[in-house]
Write a new protein. Structure first.
Length: 599
């Protein structure tokens, strides 16, 4: 179903559920009508209608269910969704048990992972409870309908999604309207996926009513096999009404995967409520690594759910991450979150901040923002860069290789015109190089090589040299190697050399070996040999080991010996261990560690 239409269907179903249950649901999830034994007995003892009346009613039910199915099977649209709700509200008490198989067939016919199944099941059960609560509960108790609904779930859904399945939708309605009855039914289910779905759905629904009543339900599912489903459902529901209590419950769990998952659920809920409560809860997290994960998770929720200035929050968290020494920037978690946060009308503000953010000396955050901006609105990024061409520092300009490459790939002619209008300087050279590099993939090698010379002096870490080497080696590995060796010795040349060695080793190991044999001794040869050994060890471990022995630098020889040994030991542990024991010119302590770990 199209996303907008899907939202409309959910809204229409929610209206039907709310309207039909409004007269006896005073508080979401708990104030339910009493189904007394007397009422059930009176309903069961009522004088049955004559055969002719039953036949007439049966025909009418069939016609109503047939009409309902015809509407449901129409292409998705706003009018179709309203018609479904209207038809559902017209169903009478007798239609529900008589039409149960027809409804079940509709639910089973829905595609896998289609949450419309759960919405329809919820509205259907909810309407049944509205028109005939005792009859609905008797039927569900004595029939296999709930078990049959679990097959509409396809039983392959993740637990958090199972609440939107056919079984999950039915249990949402039951738990909201008849929580105690539903709890008892679920408690009698056999262990397995169906019970997990049921426990999760019930706890999620009842927890929406608050901590006090739902906590007693949580105690009902104290079996270790139920714990994960019960707690995740409980916290998921609770954070919709009381995110602080959800946080307390998550923090009370022992350290481990379940606690981490519960905290993530809470922070998504906190993010939906805004920066204020998100910051409040984050300040109660002591571990820097955990805080990075939770803050990153919250950013996605804030951005998705709220129209709020998120930049001050991002600034504060970024500064904290760097001051704490947390791995958030290097692992990419926080960078990804910042990239999402910066999209939209605040993109310029984010870029202005990140380009001058002193704690981030390598401008990793700025690079993430520029990359995200290049993907979402490249024209706006070009405009911003044009205005900042003479004020961006070298650290920021150095990070722009990938964003500008994205611009050049998307619109080469437009990028070329833009670059020509930039003032003379590093940004113009960077843009000209990326445009030439884009053309080199189609054949203009000489232009790319010439363009690199204009940026070589600023390519301190070799990012640009690696880009060009990667293009050259695909065309002609030997020519790429010659180009690399013509560059000024240094980090950029070494980085490009490893790209050539890696690609050539995989595409033509014999040709790469001949090239290595002719290289003069030194740091460049050591780096190329190390790359060659690690890339060829799977195909020829004995030869790779011999190449390791040719590395003169003890540190690099030790560094290369580890992966070669581990790959070789998978297929021939005896030979690999014998080789490593005899290897000289390496860190003996590290060698012993490799041998111990391989046992």
């Amino acid at each position: 179903m199209r996303p907008l239409v899907r939202m409309m269907f959910a809204a229409a179903i929610s209206f039907a559920v709310g309207w039909s249950g409004a007269r006896w649901i005073a508080r979401p999830g708990f104030a339910a009508p009493e189904t007394t034994l007397v009422a059930a007995e009176e309903s069961a003892a009522a004088e049955p209608p004559p055969d002719s009346a039953r036949r007439t009613a049966g025909v009418a039910t069939k016609e109503r269910m047939k009409a309902f199915a015809a509407i449901y099977e129409q292409p998705a649209s706003f009018s179709r969704d309203h018609a479904i709700v209207s038809a559902l509200l017209k169903l009478e008490a007798a239609d529900f048990p008589a039409g149960a198989n027809d409804m079940l067939a509709l639910l089973k016919s829905a595609p896998a992972f289609n949450s419309e199944t759960g919405d329809l099941a919820e509205a259907w059960i909810n309407r049944w409870l509205e028109v005939d609560t005792p009859g609905a509960l008797r039927f569900l108790t004595s029939s296999s309908l709930l078990a049959e609904l679990s097959s509409a779930n396809k039983m392959g859904w993740p637990l958090a999604s199972s609440v939107y399945s056919g079984l999950g939708g039915a249990l949402r309605a039951l738990a909201r309207c008849q929580p105690v009855w539903t709890r008892d039914i679920v408690a009698d289910m056999k262990p397995g996926k169906q019970r997990e779905t049921a426990v999760y759905a019930v706890m999620r629904e009842v927890a929406r009513g608050g901590v006090a009543p739902s906590s007693s339900f949580l105690a009902s599912f104290d079996d270790p096999a139920d714990r994960y489903a019960a707690l995740t459902g409980y916290v998921t529901g609770l954070v919709t009404t009381d995110v602080r209590s959800g946080f307390d419950i998550a923090c009370a769990e022992p350290l481990g995967e379940l606690r981490d998952e519960l905290l993530m659920l809470v922070m998504r809920g906190a993010g939906e409520r805004g920066v204020g409560i998100t910051s409040e809860l984050l300040d109660r997290i002591d571990d820097p690594g955990t805080r990075v994960k939770l803050a990153s998770n919250a950013v996605f929720s804030i951005k998705r759910a709220r129209d709020e200035d998120i930049l001050p929050f991002v600034e504060a968290e970024s500064e904290r991450i760097l001051s704490d020494g947390a791995p958030g920037l290097n692992s990419g978690e926080w960078q990804s979150a910042v990239g999402v946060a910066s999209r939209g009308p605040q993109a310029e503000e984010f870029a202005d901040w990140a380009a001058k953010f002193a704690p981030d000396s390598n401008r990793m955050i700025f690079e993430t923002i520029a990359h995200s901006w290049a993907g979402s609105d490249p024209v706006a990024l070009q405009g911003w860069l044009s205005k900042r061409a003479t004020t961006l520092d070298a650290a920021a300009l150095t990070t722009l290789s990938t964003p500008i490459a994205m611009i050049a790939e998307r619109d080469p002619d437009g990028a070329r015109l833009w670059a020509e209008q930039l003032p003379v300087g590093m940004l113009r050279n960077q843009a000209s190089f990326q445009i030439a590099l884009s053309g080199a993939r189609g054949g203009s090698i000489s232009q790319a090589e010439a363009a690199y010379q204009s940026v070589a002096g600023t390519d301190m870490n070799g990012v640009l040299a690696k880009q060009l080497a990667g293009v050259l080696v695909q065309r002609d590995a030997a020519a790429a190697a010659r180009w690399v060796m013509r560059q000024t010795p240094g980090e950029a040349r070494t980085a490009a050399l490893q790209v050539v060695a890696g690609n050539w080793s995989e595409s033509d190991p014999a040709g790469a070996a001949k090239w290595l044999e002719k290289m003069p001794a030194g740091a460049d040869r050591d780096a190329a040999v190390g790359t060659y050994a690690t890339r060829t060890v799977v195909a020829d471990p004995d030869s790779a080991a011999q190449w390791v022995e040719q590395i003169a630098d003890p540190g690099l020889r030790t560094q290369t010996a580890g992966p070669v040994f581990h790959h070789w030991s998978i297929h021939n542990p005896v030979a690999a261990r014998a080789w490593l024991r005899e290897l000289r010119g390496v860190d003996e302590d590290l060698l012993a560690k490799h041998l111990r770990n391989a046992r």
